[in-house]
Structures are given as C-alpha cells and as structure tokens.
Design a protein around this ligand. Structure first.
Ligand code: FE
Length: 341
C-alpha cells in the first residue's frame, strides 16, 4: 500500500522538483485534469497571458487523479480538479476532495441543472449523448428515443459501448429518473437483446461499426461523431436528437452531461482558483473551451461552433445532472442485472 502511494506521488514530486530552480515569482495554480493537454493548454495559455497567473497541470484518467488527490490529502499541490462526466465530479465531491465555492459569476454563467447544488463543482461544457444511425440503412423517421431502441424492430441492429463507461452509467441513471427503475430495467434488457455484437470499448468503435455495416444504430457522445465527420465528410453515419417529442417522459430531451471543475479541498488559494473557474465560464473562454473538443458551451450567452450548428438545435433533458451521480451505483447494478456488459 505504501509503495503504491509512493508510486502515485513520485511523478508529481519530480515535476515540482524540476521547476524549483526556475520557480517564477508570480502566482501559480495547479490543475489536475482528465482532459488531455491539447484540450486545455490553449485555454490556460490565454488565461496566463491575461492575468499573469501561471498554470501547471497534471493529466491522467479521472480514477487515478481522484486516488492521487485522496492519497495526497491536505498536502496536495492541486488547486483545481478538471474532469469529464458528472459521475466523476460527483464521486470527487463524495470523497470530500472539493470545497464549496461561493460565486455569483458562476451561478450566473452556469445553469442550475449543470452545477452541484452544494457548489463544489460546475459544468464548463455540455456533451450530449444521443442516437447515431446508418444513413444507408435507417430512415431517421424510424427513430425517436432511447426507449424506442428497445423495440424488436432494432433486433440485431444495435451497437453499444460497454456499461463500464461512466457515460452509459450516467445515461442509464437519468433513464431511471424518467422511467422509474423497473421500466428502465426492461428497456436496458431489451437493448441487450437487440445488440448486433458485444459492447465496444469506445464510442469511436460504435460509429465505425455502423459505418462498416455491423449494426445500424448506436449511442455516442456527439463530439466523437463531429471529429469523424470533420475527417471524413462522406461518413455514412448521422446524428439523431433523441427524445425531442412524444409524451412524457419520452419528450424530456436528449441526455446532456458536462465536463466541469471544482476547487480542491486542499487548495491554499481558493480565491485564485475561483478566478480561473469564473473566467472559464465567461463568454470568451466558453467559446474556445467548448470548441476544442466540439462540445457545447454551458453559458447560454455563448454560441456553439459552426460545425455543430449543422445538426440544428436540440432540447436537452433538464434533470439536474447531479442525479446521474446520485444514482450511479444503482445504474451499474441495473445494467449488470440486465446482462449489459
Ligand atoms: Fe469522451
């Protein structure tokens, strides 16, 4: 256990040690980020230019970052945790790794349903998880909702990513809120019955399988499709905005999730960390932050990128995203019982 702890902490110590000789005099923030360098560096560089605050960051997957914050405790050098999916942010709050931040700016810029009711984390971009289909074998008029993918008409035609991925856990959790546990369970069981092939390890593989003719419909986060469509405008896969019409709860809107951030409990400079979060939620940073990963801004005053506009507007499910965190464990159990691997 001790060795593992040491292994976790050592890489960071070495980063800190290297920079000691060239330690800058100005203020500095440390961000632990599960978003990769290319999605954060350009934004942080702009913030540094505007404010003179240097930002250092460590990138890793959400799980290891949370473990590291926990192992480091109050000695952690991290000021901010930046990660994707409310499931991870909720987990961090549950582990008592984040501190509440009182900010009128954040409250104004981030819709209520997209931040922690206790103000420990805030959404910074919106990702929508929706239906994608083969433009060669599916008429979009046949599609309507996540629930309708349980219909036998999709037997042997559905592709899904593994239930181990937090994206699917959050989606199923919100289906439990909308439909109740029993109905949600039946739907997920029918999804499994409709699978063309066993679940894939990534959203990209779901899209590739549809393009290759292995299946006809699937569920993915829109930015994966945006990237592939950008690389290959001829891709025979298109997006359908799920749950836009019909009777409640089918008309609740597409499942939206967030990337977001919070100030660590260990931070010794929460006001400076808050300044970065507020700046990230502002119109200028919002545009860039969302666009780098082809996501949607959380700030209602900011427009999505041109590339995303061609999909047209959509109604998002306005169930508070925190529900996806609260129901995460139950969603995992439900998927397990349904045989969704
Ligand atoms: Fe992703």
């Amino acid at each position: 256990m001790k060795l593992r702890l040491l292994l976790i902490i050592t890489p960071l110590l070495s980063v800190a040690a290297c920079s000691r000789t060239e330690e800058p005099a100005g203020p500095q923030l440390v961000v632990y980020s599960s978003r990769i360098e290319q999605l954060i560096k350009p934004i942080f560089d702009t913030f540094s230019e505007e404010t003179g605050v240097e930002i250092r960051y460590v990138t890793d997957s959400a799980g290891p970052l949370l473990a590291r914050l926990q192992a480091e405790g109050e000695n952690s050098p991290a000021d901010i945790l930046l990660t994707v999916d409310v499931g991870n942010l909720w987990q961090a709050a549950q582990m008592d790794l984040l501190q509440p931040i009182e900010s009128e700016v954040l409250k104004a810029n981030v819709p209520t349903s997209l931040h922690d009711p206790e103000e420990r984390w805030f959404g910074l971009s919106i990702r929508a998880r929706t239906i994608v289909y083969s433009t060669e074998r599916v008429d979009p008029a046949e599609l309507s909702s996540y629930e309708q993918l349980a219909d036998p008409v999709w037997s042997g035609r559905l592709c899904l990513r593994t239930s181990k991925k937090v994206y699917n856990q959050s989606l199923v959790a919100t289906m439990m809120v909308a439909n109740g546990e029993e109905k949600a369970s039946q739907i997920v069981k029918s999804w499994v019955d409709n699978l063309a092939v066993p679940p894939f390890s990534s959203d990209n593989k779901v899209i590739e399988a549809i393009a290759a003719g292995q299946c006809d419909v699937g569920l993915v986060n829109t930015y994966y499709l945006a990237r592939m469509q950008k690389d290959n405008p001829e891709l025979p896969v298109e997006l359908f905005w799920a749950n836009q019409s019909g009777e409640a709860p089918l008309n609740r809107g597409v499942h939206v999730n967030i990337s977001g951030a919070g100030v660590t409990l260990a931070s010794k400079q929460p006001d400076l960390a808050k300044q970065l979060l507020e700046w990230l939620s502002g119109p200028e940073a919002q545009q860039a932050f969302a666009q780098l990963n082809q996501e949607f801004p959380v700030n209602p005053d900011t427009q999505p990128s041109e590339l995303l506009k061609h999909w047209g507007p959509f109604k998002g499910d306005d169930v508070p995203v925190v529900e996806a965190g609260r129901l995460q464990a139950e969603a995992i159990r439900l998927m397990d019982r349904a045989g969704y691997r």
